[in-house]
Design a protein around this ligand. Sequence first.
Ligand code: PMP
Ligand code: GLN
Length: 363
Amino acid sequence: MSALAKEHQAINLSQGFPNFESDKKLIDFVTKAMQSGYNQYAPMPGNSELLRAIANKFELLYNTSYHPEDEITVTAGATQAIYTIISAFVKADDEVIIFTPAYDCYEPAITIHNGKTIPIQLHAPSYCIDWDIVKSKISAKTKMIIINTPHNPSGTVLTKTDLLKLQELTANTDIIVLSDEVYEHIIFDNESHQSICLFPELKKRSFITASFGKTFHNTGWKMGYCCAPKDLMIEFRKVHQFNVFSVNHPMQKGLADYLQEPSRYLELSGFYQEKRDLFLELIKDSRFDFIPAKGTYFQVLDFSKITKENDVKFAKRLTKEHKIAAIPLSVFNENKKDDSMLRFCFAKTDETLKQAAEILNKI
Ligand code: PMP
Ligand code: GLN
């Protein structure tokens, strides 16, 4: 959709990335790192200052500890962490439960390792999980469950009750939970992020994946990390060592310096809530229906009052004829091709959001 948006000079609210720059302070830290000798391989798990800074963040936010050297690994974005976790644990015929619509990198990684994806459908408008269905899908073959909160593409979040249910259903099993928390710092309306590390029985069997690109407005840097108890991290690193070994060192040093000030991530929810509220206020009288996103920088809009076209057709037409691009929700969903929802990214300047709203109000 980004390519189509470019071709038709459309406002691009499709792919998830900001159209504004990272804090100059962070760019300065990275530049300084490059100028002061951080230009050779980082240690395999990551630069020790960055590992320490990440561990400190877990202590500060969730009052829980991950050992910086043994339980945290810096990765080339969350995508590489997710692929590597799946590669390290999923073998032929293992089953992996995912919740659809789902972020697009889970299923292919499972398939390439000859695992079997077990999709559980989440339904509009709430997209909440029916735990009775999860219970019915868990079997001796279940190797892993992948959760994602705040959730791309729906913008929903898991509650404490959800996590307790997951804990109950997987108690006394070896099921690994991959908790994709790349939007942990983008959560609205005073809700608090339910990180899997807050649930000790789950933490023992879980990986958390995170993305600096989402948090510090630089998706093009492809920097992220994952954490897990030591026994799981040992297995992770057996793959990580050979599919990347270590990641961009000057950026690690720059990020380590930048993380010293917690307000730099703590203020992100407020920043994006203003953007969500602006966007929704501007389109409240349009023919699109919505439930405000609870987290992420995506807003799902229901277009069923406008057309009976399928979402892919409508998204393409919007881009070509109306010059605005969004992602059709069915692309996150192998089994549901009849969606009437589009995902709009509001990580954009207020100016861009105003221009976008002007178009959407005319449709
Ligand atoms: N998980 C989710 C839910 C995402 O939306 C994304 C996209 N940014 C990723 C993982 C991948 O993150 P990264 O860009 O750091 O690889
Ligand atoms: N995570 C972003 C999204 O959901 C984009 C990443 C990608 O294009 N692979 O749009």
